[in-house]
Design a protein around this ligand. Structure first.
Ligand SMILES: Cc1cc2nc3c(=O)[nH]c(=O)nc-3n(C[C@H](O)[C@H](O)[C@H](O)COP(=O)(O)OP(=O)(O)OC[C@H]3O[C@@H](n4cnc5c(N)ncnc54)[C@H](O)[C@@H]3O)c2cc1C
Length: 304
């Protein structure tokens, strides 16, 4: 571990950090460097002195991320436990740091009697990850609530951006390049505490009934193709229970791939390709992964 007050930053810089400890699939290689800032100013100070060509990977709770077995050859910026400020602003606007969990935003909004983000309750990631993915569930989507975001660029300069500067779609968000989310202002509407809390309980119950929430996964692996469901296609293709090494297609929800304990990132990625290939062969539909894959294959693995 290193801190470097002489260069102006105070956070924690670790080397050769195992990403299996930071991702919900609990597998994958190490990051060459892992930086967790103390706060936003510290993050800006760190970025300002970083080499301009250093590969960067932003990490929330790693609940939608597969890091290949050869690891990430650059610096991972960890926001969880770091950029965790929350603040109520006038007009039922909640400002939340990118490292705040989605479930906290849902719970604190319900408690304050405002509504619109109950769907975030069961999404096991951060607000930064939800902004990057346009995470959504049960008809709700992150960007529907965004009034503005604060971003940081590679030189450590902060920007305020508005939704019209992004192309937002189903689990996709495209905005200014080489900028990452630091916080969001979410516009909510007055509601009822009891109703919002009951809604959260119901959505969590529905999730637990249909998803293998207690196992190592990244949630839905594939986006739903237009007019259909990836899980339906995977199940109809006879792939429930299919396995490669320690990776298995869930019996409970066919769009989930489970690490049964010993899966390598290569096992998971190979199973993703196998599912994709089989569904395409049988139904002429190409499933596109929703999960993000980063880093290098293990040396000599033959995976590309
Ligand atoms: C059991 C389970 C259920 C799930 N259910 C849902 C669901 O209902 N709906 C849904 O949409 N998703 C779901 N997911 C997937 C996942 O939780 C979401 O995509 C979530 O938004 C990812 O947040 P994260 O903080 O874990 O992001 P990470 O996995 O850490 O990162 C995901 C991507 O976002 C980028 N990123 C992270 N933080 C930032 C930042 N601050 N600025 C810029 N880019 C950033 C990363 O580089 C990466 O490309 C589920 C996952 C699991 C394990």
């Amino acid at each position: 571990m290193a801190t470097n007050t002489s260069q102006g930053w105070k956070g924690e810089l670790r080397y050769d950090e195992p990403m299996a400890e930071h991702t919900s699939w609990r597998t994958g290689g190490s990051a060459r460097c892992f930086f967790q800032p103390v706060d936003v100013d510290d993050l800006c100070a760190f970025l300002a002195v970083l080499d301009s060509d250093e590969p960067l990977l932003w990490l929330g709770l790693g609940s939608n991320l597969l890091v290949r077995d050869g690891g990430f050859p650059g610096t991972v910026i960890g926001t969880f436990g770091a950029l965790s400020m929350t603040e109520w602003l006038a007009g039922d606007v909640l400002r939340a740091g990118s490292g705040v969990t989605c479930s906290k935003v849902a719970r604190m909004s319900a408690k304050a009697g405002v509504t619109g983000v109950e769907f975030l309750a069961g999404i096991p990631g951060t607000i930064g990850g939800a902004l990057a993915m346009n995470a959504g569930a049960f008809g709700g989507e992150t960007w529907s609530q965004v009034e503005s975001v604060e971003t940081v660029d590679r030189r450590g300069i902060l920007h305020t951006r508005h939704p019209d500067e992004y192309r937002v779609g189903y689990r996709t968000v495209q905005g200014p390049s080489d900028e990452w989310f630091v916080s969001a202002r979410l516009r909510l509407v007055q509601g009822d505490v009891q109703a919002a809390q009951a809604n959260i309980r119901e959505l969590l119950a529905r999730r637990n009934a249909t998803q293998p929430t207690q196992q190592y996964s990244c949630g839905s692996v594939f986006r739903n193709p237009p007019g259909d469901h990836a899980a339906r296609l995977i199940e109809c293709a006879g792939l429930k229970g299919a396995r490669i090494g320690g990776a298995r297609v869930s019996e409970k929800h066919a769009n989930f791939i489970i690490n049964t304990g010993s899966a390598t990132a290569a096992d998971i990625e190979t199973l993703i390709h196998q599912v994709q290939g089989t569904v395409e062969q049988q139904y002429s539909i190409r499933l596109e992964p929703e999960v993000r894959i980063a880093g290098n294959p293990a040396v000599g693995s033959g995976h590309g």
